[in-house]
Write a protein that binds this ligand. Structure first.
Ligand SMILES: NC(=O)c1ccc[n+]([C@@H]2O[C@H](COP(=O)([O-])OP(=O)(O)OC[C@H]3O[C@@H](n4cnc5c(N)ncnc54)[C@H](O)[C@@H]3O)[C@@H](O)[C@H]2O)c1
Length: 349
């Protein structure tokens, strides 16, 4: 049976506009408007306001009383970009939670150094050389990781290129590489590991975005684009997991850190711009602590940032979250999976 193509294209046949659905000419314009208001606008507004109450309450309670922390003792965690910076700190933090750690990087020597430090904490660890921007390399790496450390329960998508590059700078290949490493690698690792998590009914996916995934800073247009994309991808994934009944079992968390003291080049640039005094620069260890604590408490978004930025992000998030939830529930909540559609088509053949 031919596999259904899951996207629409006009490459072969040209673009054929769809006809608008036939609307009954019998009902007059004002009557239609009144019916629309009574049937849709009023119930949806009431639903929206009702939805806002528990959301605001649970958010406020969550700010004061964090939810119960889950244990990942004995789980296998995989961290991309674990050779340096935040990735290294995340490996060590996961080891302290009792995880065995797969350190994945293109810098094998650095990954091995992290492995030694992780092992010193009394847990198993292995280094894996893989360019996560390449899907086949990720698939090969999964087989290696599973044979040495077992199936992955905690996937940390951390590797990323810190690019201060606008769209007319660098070469097109540089821009392509930024998108491949910072965004497409998340597709490949999630695609590779999520089925196992679904089968075992447990898992954590932590994606490292950036505060620039919420606040679009100039001079870093390409980087900002990938970090915004990660935010959207993770929100859609989290809703899909909830819709498919995995909401309580597989946690999808996105991390939004402000600046972290990882690369010397970055610190030099910030001090050149006299930004190092204005910005509260975080340590990789602090950010790793916030990320893993938040993930284990089931948080969807973790802001590793000073208090006022966290409060601002939280308040600016409530309304759009409730609005999009309502829109998705009323309009898009019933989109079937490709598998469901294929089943339906084959049963009508
Ligand atoms: N440093 C900051 O100020 C800051 C702020 C917010 C978010 N972040 C994000 O945190 C993450 C880590 O940043 P960092 O500062 O620790 O970076 P870093 O450059 O210190 O470390 C990144 C690691 O990823 C590895 N890597 C790069 N490309 C890879 C690939 N294709 N396959 C496998 N490994 C690869 C590198 O070898 C390196 O070890 C990134 O996603 C970054 O965007 C950083």
């Amino acid at each position: 049976m031919a596999t259904e193509v899951p996207y629409f294209t006009n490459a072969e046949n040209g673009y054929v506009p769809a006809k608008l659905a036939h609307r009954s000419a019998a009902s007059s314009q004002p009557l239609r408007l009144l019916r629309f208001v009574v049937n849709h606008v009023i119930p949806d507004t009431v639903k929206f306001l009702l939805q806002l109450i528990p959301l605001a309450l649970s958010g406020l309670v969550g700010l004061v009383l964090p939810s119960k922390k889950k244990s990942i003792h004995g789980h296998t965690a995989l961290v991309t970009g674990g050779a340096n910076g935040l990735g290294r700190a995340l490996c060590l933090r996961l080891a302290r939670e009792g995880c065995q750690v797969a350190v994945v990087d293109i810098d094998l020597a650095g990954a091995q150094r992290t492995v030694e430090d992780v092992r010193a904490l009394g847990v198993k660890a292995e280094a894996f050389l893989a360019d996560i921007a390449n899907y086949e390399a990720v698939e090969r790496m999964r087989l290696e990781v599973e044979s040495k450390l077992g199936p992955v329960d905690v996937l940390v998508n951390n590797a990323g290129l810190l690019a201060v590059l606008s769209l007319s700078e660098g070469k097109p290949a540089d821009l392509e590489r930024i998108v491949n490493v910072n965004l497409l690698s998340h597709f490949w690792t999630i695609r590779t590991f999520i089925d196992g998590m679904k089968q075992r009914q447990r898992g954590y996916i932590l994606a490292v975005s950036s505060i620039l995934g919420c606040l679009p800073m100039p001079r870093t247009v390409s980087y900002v684009a990938t970090k915004f994309a990660i935010r959207g991808m993770m929100q859609a994934l989290q809703r899909e997991l909830t819709m498919d009944g995995f909401g309580e079992k597989i946690v999808a968390t996105t991390l939004f850190p402000t600046f972290i003291a990882t690369r010397k080049e970055l610190m030099d640039l910030l001090s050149e711009l006299s930004l190092d005094e204005k910005l509260a620069i975080l340590t990789p260890e602090n950010v790793a602590d916030s990320a893993i604590e938040g993930m284990l408490r089931g948080q969807v978004d973790v802001y590793a940032a000073p208090f006022f930025i966290r409060l601002f992000m939280y308040l600016s998030g409530i309304l759009p979250y409730a609005l999009t939830s309502l829109l998705i529930q009323t309009i898009m909540g019933k989109v079937p999976t490709l598998m469901d559609r294929t089943k339906k088509n084959s049963s009508t053949e």
